[in-house]
Design a protein around this ligand. Structure first.
Ligand code: NAP
Length: 294
């Protein structure tokens, strides 16, 4: 029997690249699409693509992720993060499964308790609002699609906090890092592995209630960006004097939630997937980064 075909949109992003790495030892037949291969905001192109190409699973890693720039590029953010998702849902074959990725930024929850999927959404910036609009398309859809909301994503690929810290360590004598935003980092490789586990389970289940639902996934741990930076430097044996500062002292065009810790019980209980410890995942990413130019 021919292998099932997985389409990865946003195939050159952090998460898309992790799927690329995992695809080398996979039983599935992967097709990786960059934004120039398939612009998901272009409805005609998306419909045309799925008319011409087989797809059993879609991993929608495509997103407009420039959180601060989105404040002045609202249309662009909505085009990709909302209309793009709707285009995929409308164009995908009836029996195709879609995993769509979204963000912790859709919440502004009270600190102290990990945020469950039932928490009311309250996006504090344009990026988050556009992602929420995309999630709502998935939730309302009758297609086999689900949402995985994640937080503080990093990888050996692309641009992210871990790589920025390592780069700055070689350039600056000291660093100031925000210490009043609390969340959980997510190694994109872990999220990719968990997604593939979920696909195996979805393919062997006839339970349609698994779809049109939101799940949370992050690594385990509750830390500030300051704590994250401290651990990055400790694990990579770099001495960097760090000062913790408040969000007010580091203003950005888009405001961010101060509490972003996601409760991952639902995904763990439903799909029996592993939730890895944040320090262990950081170590495996740093071990890979040692052999790579930043
Ligand atoms: N990064 C985080 O900290 C974080 C946190 C929470 C949730 N998330 C979510 O996790 C998912 C994966 O994020 P990531 O960090 O892997 O993002 P990323 O590295 O920024 O990758 C996003 C990819 O989407 C592609 N893209 C942009 N516009 C597109 C379009 N119109 N059509 C097709 N592709 C398009 C980009 O391709 P080009 O570069 O070729 O334009 C890029 O490769 C996203 O849904 C994001 O919202 C991320």
């Amino acid at each position: 029997m021919a292998a099932l075909r997985i389409i990865v949109t946003g195939g050159n992003g952090q998460l898309g690249m992790e799927f690329r790495d995992l695809s080398e030892n996979s039983e599935y037949d992967f097709a990786f699409l960059s934004s120039s291969d398939l612009d998901i905001s272009n409805r005609t192109s998306v419909i045309d693509y799925f008319k011409k190409n087989e797809a059993h699973i879609i991993l929608n890693c495509a997103a407009y992720t420039k959180v601060d720039l989105a404040e002045s590029e609202k249309m662009k953010a909505y085009d990709v993060n909302s209309n793009g998702v709707k285009n995929l849902l409308d164009a995908m074959p009836e029996d195709c499964i879609m995993l769509h990725y979204s963000t912790d930024y859709v919440y502004q929850a009270k600190s102290g308790i990990a945020v469950r999927e039932t928490e009311p959404t309250s996006p504090s910036n344009v990026y988050a609002a556009s992602k929420l609009a995309g999630d709502q398309h998935v939730i309302k859809s009758k297609k086999k699609a689900l949402v995985i909301r994640t937080s503080w994503v990093y990888s050996t690929h692309g641009n992210n906090f871990v790589k920025t810290m390592l780069r700055l360590a070689d350039r600056l004598p000291e660093l100031k890092v925000v210490n009043d935003q609390i969340g959980s980092p997510t190694y994109a490789k872990d999220l990719a592995l968990v997604s593939l586990d979920m696909i195996d389970k979805l393919l062997s289940s006839k339970d349609n209630s698994l779809y049109n639902t939101v799940y949370h996934y992050s690594n385990m741990g509750q830390i500030s960006w300051f704590d994250f930076a401290k651990e990055i430097f400790a694990q990579s044996n770099k001495s960097m004097p760090l000062t913790g500062i408040s969000t007010v002292e580091y203003p950005t065009p888009a405001s961010r939630p101060s509490w972003s810790v996601l409760d991952c019980d639902l995904i763990q209980d439903t799909f029996e997937v592993a939730i890895f410890d944040w320090k262990a995942s950081l170590k495996s990413c740093l071990d890979k980064l040692i052999y790579q130019d930043l």
